[in-house]
Design a protein. Structure first.
Length: 77
C-alpha cells in the first residue's frame, strides 16, 4: 500500500496524474486569458465612456453658445 507523506511525515493525497495536471493547466490558462480580456474590455469602456462624456459636454457648450434662437427665421442671428 502506497502512502504519500509531506516533509513533516503527515499523510497527504497522492499527486495528480498527467491528464489531470494538464486539465488544470489548460483551465488555469483559459481563466487567466478571460480575466485579462475582461480587464482590457473594462479599460476600453472607461476610456470610451470618458470620451463620450467630454464630447457631449462640448456639444452642450456649443449649443449654449448658439443661443435659444438658433435656426429660427427672422431672428437676425
Amino acid at each position: 500500500v502506497r502512502i504519500w507523506t509531506d516533509a513533516a511525515g503527515h499523510p497527504v493525497p497522492p499527486p495528480m496524474d498527467g491528464s489531470t495536471a494538464r486539465t488544470h493547466a489548460v483551465l488555469g490558462g483559459i481563466g487567466t486569458f478571460l480575466l485579462a480580456a475582461a480587464c482590457v474590455e473594462a479599460g476600453r469602456r472607461l476610456v470610451v465612456g470618458r470620451m463620450a462624456r467630454r464630447r457631449y459636454a462640448r456639444l452642450d457648450r456649443e449649443w449654449a453658445a448658439a443661443g435659444p434662437d438658433w435656426g429660427r427665421a427672422g431672428t437676425g442671428g
